[in-house]
Design a protein around this ligand. Structure first.
Ligand SMILES: NC(=O)c1ccc[n+]([C@@H]2O[C@H](COP(=O)([O-])OP(=O)(O)OC[C@H]3O[C@@H](n4cnc5c(N)ncnc54)[C@H](OP(=O)(O)O)[C@@H]3O)[C@@H](O)[C@H]2O)c1
Length: 359
C-alpha cells in the first residue's frame, strides 16, 4: 500500500474517499468513461486498476496518465483479475467497484462471485443478465447481499427503463406488454431506409459512424436485442429463457458462415430481400421497424415489423430507442420512454451514474 493509501486507511470513514474503481474494458465505452474521470462529476472516483483483454495497470502514477487507454493497447502487466482485486482491497475507500465495460461472457460469469465477495459491480456487459437463466438466478442470489449491481447501461444506454420497471414491479404494477425499439444501430438503419439507397450502403455508413458492431451480424441477427429483451422481461418478473424468444435473423443464409472480412465484402446480399420487404410495406402504407415485444404471458418476439405511419416507432430519429410499457396501472395509455439508445458518451455516463448512486 502506498503512503497516501496507508494514510487514508487510518482516516475515519467520513473522511475517506468514497469510491475505488477498477475498469475492465477500455474500448469505446471504457475510453469514454476514462474521459469522464477528468470531469468534476468523475474526479472524486479513485481509479486503482484498468484493463483491456490483454494488458492491465494498477500503478497509481500510470493510471493518472491521459494516454492510459492507448498505452494499455500496446503494453502493461499481463491480465490477472487477482491483482486488480488486490488493488481494490488495498484501498481504504468506502465503496469498491468493478466496472465491466467489455462484452466478455467470461468476465460476466464472474459478476456473482465478485458481488459475493462484497465488490459492487457496475456493467454495460449484458452477457450475464441477458444470458442463460441459471446466470440470472446466480446474479439475483448474489444481489441479496450487501453489494449492489448497476445495470443501467445494459439496456437503452442508460435511459431510465430498468429503474422504472423495478419501481413498477415493487409497487405490484404488473407488466401487461412491452413494445419497443431496443437497438440504436437498427433504429438508425430503419429510420433511414426509404428505398432510395441500398441497405448495404446504409449499413456501411452506420459502421463508419460507429453505430454497429465491427461485425454487423451481431446487430442484424437480433441476438443483441434478444439479450436486452431478456433483461427487461426478467426485471419485470418473467423467468424467460432465450429459447422462449422468437428472434428473426436478418442475415441471409449465404452470409452467415463467412468470416467478418468476407461478410463485409458481400453486404449487397442483404439488399434484394430487404428491398422487397420495404416495397411491400410501402404498398400497404406502412414502414419497417425493428421491434421487440413481450406480452403478459411472457410471449416474446424480436424482428422486423411493418408498422403504420401513425405508430410511435415510425417517428423515431437517429439512434433513438423506444420503450412503451403497458401495466395494470398504465393500461389505457402506455408509459413511454424514448431517447438516444446508443453511444459511448451516454453509456459511460450511465456507468458513472450507477457508481455515484452507490452513495
Ligand atoms: N458502444 C455503445 O454505444 C454501447 C452502448 C450500450 C452498451 N454497450 C456495451 O458496452 C460494452 C462495451 O462496448 P464497446 O463499444 O466499448 O466495445 P469495444 O470498443 O469492443 O471494447 C470492449 C473492451 O473490452 C475489452 N475486453 C474484452 N475482454 C476483456 C477481458 N477479459 N478483460 C478486460 N477487458 C476485456 C476489450 O479489450 P481489447 O481492446 O484488448 O479487445 C476492449 O477494450 C459491450 O458490452 C456493449 O454491448 C455499448
Amino acid at each position: 500500500m502506498n503512503a497516501l493509501l496507508a494514510g487514508q486507511a487510518s482516516l475515519p470513514r467520513a473522511l475517506r474517499r468514497r469510491h475505488a474503481v477498477v475498469l475492465l474494458g477500455t474500448g469505446m465505452v471504457g475510453g469514454a468513461f476514462l474521459r469522464l474521470l477528468d470531469t468534476p462529476a468523475g474526479a472524486a472516483l479513485g481509479l486503482v486498476g484498468a484493463a483491456n483483454s490483454r494488458h492491465q495497470q494498477t500503478d497509481p502514477a500510470g493510471l493518472a496518465e491521459r494516454s492510459l487507454r492507448e498505452r494499455l493497447a500496446v503494453a502493461g502487466a499481463a491480465r490477472d483479475d487477482a491483482a486488480l482485486l488486490a488493488a481494490l482491497d488495498a484501498d481504504a475507500a468506502v465503496h469498491k467497484v468493478i466496472i465491466d465495460a467489455s462484452a466478455s461472457a467470461v468476465l460476466a460469469a464472474r459478476h456473482p462471485a465478485w458481488l459475493a465477495r462484497g465488490y459492487h459491480v457496475v456493467t454495460a456487459n449484458k452477457a450475464l443478465a441477458g444470458g442463460d437463466l441459471q446466470g440470472w438466478h446466480a446474479l439475483q442470489a448474489a444481489c441479496a447481499g450487501h453489494a449492489r449491481y448497476g445495470d443501467a447501461a445494459t439496456v437503452g444506454a442508460g435511459l431510465p427503463v430498468l429503474s422504472t420497471l423495478r419501481r413498477l414491479h415493487a409497487c405490484g404494477d404488473a407488466l401487461l406488454s412491452l413494445e419497443g425499439v431496443l437497438s440504436g444501430s437498427l433504429s438508425w438503419l430503419f429510420n433511414r431506409y426509404d428505398g432510395t439507397r441500398p441497405f448495404s450502403a446504409l449499413l456501411r455508413e452506420a459502421r463508419a459512424r460507429g453505430y454497429t458492431e465491427p461485425d454487423a451480424r451481431a446487430d442484424l441477427s437480433g441476438e443483441d436485442v434478444a439479450r436486452k429483451l431478456l433483461i427487461l422481461a426478467r426485471t419485470a418478473g418473467f423467468a424467460l429463457t432465450r429459447a422462449a424468444v422468437q428472434v428473426e435473423n436478418l442475415v441471409p443464409e449465404v452470409l452467415r458462415a463467412l468470416d467478418t472480412g468476407q461478410f463485409a465484402a458481400n453486404l449487397e446480399a442483404l439488399d434484394a430481400p430487404l428491398a422487397a420487404r420495404h416495397a411491400a410495406a410501402t404498398a400497404r402504407g406502412a414502414v419497417l421497424r425493428h421491434l421487440a415485444r413481450i406480452d403478459r404471458h411472457g410471449r416474446a418476439q424480436v424482428g422486423l415489423v411493418e408498422v403504420a405511419a401513425t405508430h410511435p416507432a415510425a417517428h423515431l430519429r437517429g439512434t433513438d430507442n423506444l420503450f412503451a410499457l403497458k401495466t395494470t396501472r398504465y393500461r389505457a395509455q402506455p408509459l413511454v420512454i424514448q431517447g438516444p439508445g446508443a453511444g459511448p458518451e451516454i453509456t459511460a455516463q450511465a456507468l458513472l451514474g450507477d457508481v455515484l448512486a452507490l452513495v
